[in-house]
Design a protein around this ligand. Structure first.
Ligand code: ZN
Length: 107
């Protein structure tokens, strides 16, 4: 969350914004982020900055893994990366662990 703050404030500075009105985060289904905890952390981290009153928006990213033998990418349900075709457990997660800045509303 600290690097999200750094990135957001840097973008605001580059664009000469005086305030950040909204911040959209992209969050993977397997990022291990609780929405409640996230909102709390967001408020704490942004307090005292030009993003203190920013609204937090969350863009959920579904988890997706890739099976090497099948060359198949598939949706991951409930954190289990099991290939629906061959049953192998995939170690390659394509998406689903991200916690990153998607967009900003600058004023
Ligand atoms: Zn497979």
């Amino acid at each position: 969350m600290d690097n999200v703050r750094e990135l957001a404030l840097e973008q605001a500075r580059l664009h000469g914004a005086s305030r950040i009105d909204g911040i959209t985060l992209r969050i993977g289904a397997l990022a291990g982020v609780e929405p409640e905890a996230l909102r709390f952390a967001f408020e704490v981290v942004m307090a005292g900055s030009i993003a203190a009153t920013a609204e937090l928006h969350v863009q959920a990213v579904a988890a997706e893994a890739f099976c090497e033998p099948c060359h198949l990418s598939f949706a991951v349900e409930s954190g289990l990366c099991e290939c629906p075709r061959c049953g192998a457990i995939s170690r390659r997660l394509l998406r689903g662990r991200e916690l990153e800045l998607a967009s900003l509303e600058l004023v």
